[in-house]
Write a protein that binds this ligand. Sequence first.
Ligand code: PLP
Length: 370
Amino acid sequence: MKVPFLDLKAQYESIKDEIDAAIQDVIERTAFAGGPFVERFESEFASFCQSSFAIGCGSGTSALYLALHGLGIGQGDEVITAANTFIATAEAISACGATPVFVDIDEQTYTLSPALFEEAITPKTKAVIPVHLYGQMAEMDSILEIARAHDLYVIEDACQAHGAEYNGRRAGSIGDAGCFSFYPGKNLGAYGEAGAVVTNNAELADVMRRYRDHGQDKKYYHSMIGWNDRMDGLQGAILSVKLKHLSAWNEARRNNAQLYNTLLSDVDCIVTPVEAEAAKHVYHIYAVRVRDREMLMKALAEKDICCGIHYPIPLHLQEAYQCLGYSTNSLPVTERCVNEQLSLPMYAELSRAQIETVCEQIKAFEEVAV
Ligand SMILES: *Cc1c(COP(=O)(O)O)cnc(C)c1O
């Protein structure tokens, strides 16, 4: 049985009529760049995130930049974050002219270690970006407490965590700003590129809203030097349709993760993901740990089961960030995890039979390998 890593077509088939009508509506009303469909989605997404404001923009990378820039972070500032993330988290810091400072993670949840975050604070530190990796929120209570004590901003990288919770509070709503990506493969994915920032800070919302639209208050009246970072009308309309289904899709992902956990519980070579006590994990990615990752991935590929690696090289060891001067072993937990993680197929439409097939093949691999 073929098990693709992702199946965006299956999701489209399940909501085809709604999506097609929404796209037609945008075309009829020619509301292509920003406009009413984006505004409607912003208001729906803000309330979904238990936040006062949502500002739609071009991508998750842009959302991170908008939040950092909007909070005045720039040249000479340091921003602390994790290295086991997509490079966009650090790129946004660099794009502002600030310097990313990478700290190690908790080995259970793969998210920023609050204690190491505190140790890394210097007089130049202005903000911290906890990454809610794979759909599980970082330890926000401790991170927020440390950040407040040192007068630092907290920007949540919630690009993988739409609808995730920490002690009942939604991802994005706890820090000064929460940044989301609607890249097609995310839990809430557009049909192209899109992103958003949520915040409870009215002043920050206003700055970001103007900045992403050339700094204008009304057309051709520019109160600040901004940029073009608007969301497409088509993406806004599509995201409004899909947002209605997000909670059900996240529940399906959680059920799929539960089934994987159960079926893999007696497989010795596999460490399944841990959901922290305070967290509601939404499993954007279901990553297991396994020593013989390359071998297992190859064995599964031979059976038409597609896996992924998120991410093979941590940011502090990427060629692009050699300028920061990190070396191997500077983040031992991150490096250990990054070398062993394998992402199994995970999406709402995955069938029970598909998950059973994946687990049977992993068991068959273990028997041969032992
Ligand atoms: C996807 C992602 C981003 C970037 O989002 P884009 O929409 O692709 O720009 C940033 N951070 C993390 C953790 C992501 O997974």
